[in-house]
Design a protein around this ligand. Structure first.
Ligand code: AMP
Length: 141
């Protein structure tokens, strides 16, 4: 993709702080880290979101994300690590090239999880579960 910023980084047209590369995937530091060592892991093949990424490409990317998560945790001395992955604008996606955030976490770093809420009724839980189950049943494996 000509205009995709991550494709430009992959082609070497824009600099990045690379931490790992192979012929299928790339990992580099996020330019605007939540904590130091916050990394991004992505396939070299351009796919906009996780939902349209072929399973084989996704599997390779997730395997690398796991390796990077271990290295980030051990390399930064973090107490924990979050993997984040945003799809579509409503979910906070800014760059439309599939990527995983690998975020080192430290006790008391002040970065809070989002707040959950209670369902309005038991019926509401069942209604939404039914709609999702129906979609899963009609999906091609
Ligand atoms: P997302 O909201 O999941 O699409 O996140 C995109 C991430 O890419 C953000 O955390 C940005 O800070 C990061 N980012 C954007 N441009 C660059 C860049 N040139 N180098 C490194 N990270 C970048």
């Amino acid at each position: 993709m000509t205009d995709c910023i991550f494709c430009k980084i992959i082609r070497g047209e824009i600099p990045c702080t690379k931490i790992y590369e192979n012929h299928k995937a790339l990992a580099f530091l996020d330019i605007n880290p939540i904590n130091n060592g916050h990394a991004l892991v992505m396939p070299k093949e351009h796919h906009e979101t996780l939902l349209d990424t072929p399973d084989e490409v996704l599997a390779e990317t997730v395997k690398l994300a796991k390796r990077v998560a271990k290295a980030v945790k051990e390399g930064t001395g973090a107490d924990g690590v979050n993997l984040g992955q945003n799809n579509f604008r409503a979910a906070g996606q800014l760059v439309f090239h599939l990527h995983f955030h690998v975020i080192p976490r430290f006790e008391g770093d002040g970065f809070h999880h989002w707040q959950g809420h209670k369902y309005a009724s038991a019926q509401q839980v069942q209604d939404v579960a039914k709609k999702i189950r129906e979609k899963l049943e009609t999906q091609n494996e």
